[in-house]
Design a protein around this ligand. Structure first.
Ligand SMILES: NC(=O)c1ccc[n+]([C@@H]2O[C@H](COP(=O)([O-])OP(=O)(O)OC[C@H]3O[C@@H](n4cnc5c(N)ncnc54)[C@H](OP(=O)(O)O)[C@@H]3O)[C@@H](O)[C@H]2O)c1
Length: 282
């Protein structure tokens, strides 16, 4: 496939950094973004363009970054909405502000970036959005309500974006990874809200210890995961000849989790069908 221009959010570590490295290595053009560009200065030396993009921004700022990005090579082919972080806390302890931050990072920010690129993609009748969601969208996890809720909200919005813009020649892919060995669980990047309520202490102490202990023990290799996403966008390797999907589970743990959720949902629907169904006017 011909060289493409990619813009990626959150490239200081993890999936974002892997995208930059892999795409540069294969000769694509990369616009690497971060909220602190000093952390990605090395990518400029490696051949990427660098722009500041903080997801805690208003639409006007996303519009300005988008205009700057398009000006670099004259167009952008693929936008990867990748940046994110984990907020751990019990719902009763969490503040509204805690949740606004997760939703700004995982929903309003990525949609703001997409909104800024849509006129460009519509004018070209081409363009691909990739959103990094999470299997956390598929079910609740105690102490991760803000993370699960925001990734679920992203799922619904991204699926809708895909339906609205597919007839215009625009492609939208929601990637839902399982556990990958990035910096996501690194204590410096993660918010842990210690509970003020004794009733929840056994739960938070056990789960916080589990997640902290899982840092750098996750089964997923982000280099392999990102390669699978690039394959899907470009229709190469195992993705060759397949119709472009609306969503992609990433990692064997993700496939298992989503398959189990589907089975549980079908079982629940069957068991409760008589109660669920008889609600129409006679
Ligand atoms: N790793 C997993 O197991 C896993 C599983 C499911 C989904 N995901 C998702 O994958 C995506 C990437 O995370 P990762 O696993 O690669 O973790 P990571 O290594 O911690 O990378 C997260 C990136 O997001 C950036 N970021 C956070 N808040 C930002 C903001 N307000 N504006 C701009 N950039 C911001 C960070 O930049 P700073 O250096 O400035 O903080 C960093 O570059 C996230 O959306 C995450 O939810 C990861």
């Amino acid at each position: 496939m011909a060289s493409q221009v990619w813009l990626i959010t959150g490239t200081t570590s993890g999936f974002g950094a892997e995208f930059v490295k892999k795409l540069l290595a294969r000769g694509d053009k990369v616009i690497a973004t971060a909220r602190n560009t000093s952390k990605i200065a090395h990518f400029k030396d490696a051949g990427a363009s660098i722009l500041k993009l903080d997801l805690f921004s208003e639409q006007a700022a996303f519009d300005r970054v988008t205009a700057d990005a398009i000006a670099i090579h004259g167009h952008v082919d693929v936008v990867v909405n990748n940046a994110g972080y984990s907020h751990f806390g019990i719902i009763e302890d969490d503040s509204r502000e805690d949740w606004v931050k997760q939703y700004q990072t995982h929903v309003f920010g990525p949609l703001g970036v997409a909104r800024a690129f849509l006129p460009h993609f519509r004018a070209r009748k081409a363009g691909t959005f990739v959103f990094i969601g999470s299997t956390a969208a598929w079910g609740g996890i105690p102490t991760l309500a803000a993370y699960c809720g925001s990734k679920s909200a992203l799922r619904g919005a991204v699926e809708t974006l895909g339906l609205e813009t597919k007839p215009l020649g625009i492609r939208t892919l929601l990637v839902e990874p399982g556990f990958f060995r990035t910096e996501l669980l690194n204590a410096n990047n993660t918010v842990y809200v210690d509970t003020k309520i004794d009733d929840y202490k056994p739960l938070t102490e056990s789960l916080f210890a589990t997640f902290k202990g899982y840092n750098q023990k996750q089964p997923g290799d982000p280099a392999k995961g990102v390669q699978r996403i690039i394959d899907t966008v470009k229709g190469e390797n195992d993705a060759a000849g397949k119709e472009f999907p609306a969503s992609l589970a990433l990692g064997s743990d993700a496939v298992e989790q989503l398959r189990n959720k589907c089975k549980e949902t079908l079982k629940l629907l069957d068991e409760w069908e008589a109660v669920s169904s008889n609600t129409n006017y006679d």
